[in-house]
Design a protein around this ligand. Structure first.
Ligand code: FAD
Length: 476
């Protein structure tokens, strides 16, 4: 049987684009189908526009902080429409770069919505990018599902249709004066920071006691304080019951009967893999009840010539992970040598101001495995001693109590993601606390604290539990 292509990739997002480009570089005949936007979620409705929005918030604070350094700058007002226009212009530029990258690699591009007719045939029909496309059939020896995910609204809430999700937040015509964010995962936290930083009153509602479930407890605590310092109102342990229109505003009723007024409700309660509508019933590919595509070693699905990578598999939903999975798959299918990545120490960042970043195990995860030495520090950075802003940096090392290998590093503070990328190499390499100790610091910096933490704060896990008995305060 001859096919139109050696490899057909559904979805030109982080994973799909990398997979297609690398496969084409290995000499395969490759095509990509994209329904909505070149570059996928990260470029259009995720990491990139989100980070630009976070950066937009920083200028207001810097203007305020500059007074402590002798400047006489006023915070002024922010022009939402002008900023969104500039942001959209940049995203269009990136879209064009993605198309060029694929074309230059020799990848054939199809616009439209792809659907399986059988394990080797896709029907490409109209989609948002090509609403009037004539349906066409394309065949391939191997097909990769790289269709990502989409945001969901919280089910069982009356009036849920009055809320928005992250996709909408990037294209609002105007900034709401009051916004209520439901959910405290990283997207909820980041957008609370964005709206608060651009002048809105931001309120958060979440089920947990502290935001950012899954992150280290000391970092969650420090983030909670930082959110308070930014004026974000947090309702922990609160559940939304109903949203009603109340003249030009919204009335929110919580399950405990409390009522709140807001101009906008933003659901940041999770994402759903994009597997429905792909015609998977026409193949042997299986999905879980929650809708993620089931894969086995080598990213292969239950259909031997169909593979799945990135968010549609709901493993670690991050752009660098999708990229790595796409790269590894293309290498494995079309070349003799496969580039290796370590997925146990994927660093993560939450782009709040100040940002939070971490790599490796949390204190609780380490304590569950055995005794862990915990080193923590909290201090006010040089900048904020002068700016007068009540902002602290918190950092932490989690060290295996027996081998002294550094299992985790965590930080909330300015430039934490930039610092953590470097520390991730040390944690991935399995370096010991003594390697950190013999490393000379860069002075004056916040990062140097990671190599000067001498006094153990506590031992966790010796009795199977962590005490979280606090963070050592370092004088400014
Ligand atoms: P995607 O990038 O989602 O690409 C999938 C593509 O498939 C889409 O373009 C879609 O249109 C297309 N598609 C879907 N179905 C079909 C079909 N049937 N036919 C044709 N095309 C189809 N990650 C980070 O690492 N750092 C961050 O700071 C970060 N911030 C984020 C902020 C937000 C608000 C969101 C929503 C996500 C963020 N992420 C971040 C996550 C990151 O965007 C995703 O992990 C990443 O984009 C996943 O890549 P992917 O290739 O799996 O899918």
């Amino acid at each position: 049987m001859t096919y139109d292509f050696d490899l057909l990739v559904i979805g030109a997002g982080s994973g799909g684009v990398r997979c297609a480009r690398i496969a084409a570089g290995h000499g395969a005949r490759v095509a990509v189908v994209e329904a909505r936007h070149w570059g996928g979620t990260c470029v259009n409705l995720g990491c990139v526009p989100k980070k630009l929005m976070v950066q937009a918030t920083e200028y207001g604070e810097w203007a305020e902080d500059s007074r402590g350094f002798g400047w006489d700058m006023a915070r002024g007002t922010h022009d939402w429409e002008r900023f969104i226009g500039r942001k959209d212009h940049e995203i269009e530029r990136l879209n064009a770069i993605y198309v060029r990258l694929l074309e230059d690699a020799g990848v054939r591009l199809f616009t439209g919505h792809a659907r399986f007719e059988d394990a080797h045939t896709l029907l490409i029909g109209p989609g948002p990018l090509a609403p009037h496309a004539e349906p066409r059939r394309v065949t391939a020896a191997r097909i990769v599902i790289a269709t990502g995910g989409k945001p969901v609204v919280q089910p069982h809430i009356e009036g849920q249709e009055l809320g928005i999700v992250s996709d909408d937040a990037f294209h609002l015509k105007a900034r709401p004066d009051r916004i209520t964010i439901v959910g405290s995962g990283y997207i909820g936290v980041e957008f609370a920071g964005i709206f608060a930083g651009l002048g809105a009153q931001a309120t958060m509602l979440y089920r947990q006691k502290l935001p950012l479930r899954g992150f280290d407890m000391d970092m969650r605590q420090a983030l909670d304080e930082a959110m308070g310092e930014r004026g974000i109102v947090r309702h922990a342990g609160a559940l939304l019951h109903r949203i009603e229109r109340d003249r030009s505003a919204l009335k929110l009723t919580l399950t405990d009967g409390r009522e709140l007024a807001s101009d906008m409700v933003f659901f940041a309660v999770g994402r759903q893999p994009n597997a429905a509508g792909l015609g998977l019933d026409n193949t042997r590919v299986r999905v879980t009840d929650s809708g993620r595509v089931i894969t086995h070693a080598g990213a292969v699905t239950d259909e031997p010539n169909i593979f799945a990578i990135g968010d549609v598999t709901n493993h670690q939903n991050l752009t660098p992970v999708a990229i790595a999975e796409g790269h590894i798959l293309a290498d494995r299918l079309f070349s003799g040598s496969v580039r290796e990545w370590c997925f146990d120490t994927v660093p993560k960042a939450v782009f709040f101001s100040p940002p939070l970043a971490s790599v490796g195990l949390t204190e609780d995860e380490a304590a569950a495995k055995g005794p862990a030495d915990i080193y923590c520090a909290r201090f006010r950075s040089m900048r904020h001693v002068l700016s007068g802003r009540n902002r602290h940096t918190t950092l932490k090392l989690v060290v295996d109590g027996t081998s002294q290998v550094v299992l985790g590093a965590h930080m909330l503070g300015e430039e934490a993601p930039e610092i953590m990328q470097g520390l991730a190499i040390a944690v991935t390499a399995g370096l010991r606390k003594s390697d950190f100790d013999r490393t000379v610091g860069i002075h004056p910096s916040s990062a140097e604290e990671f190599v000067t933490l001498r006094t153990r704060t506590r031992v966790a896990g010796a009795t199977g539990a962590s005490s979280h008995s606090g963070v050592q305060e370092v004088p400014a």
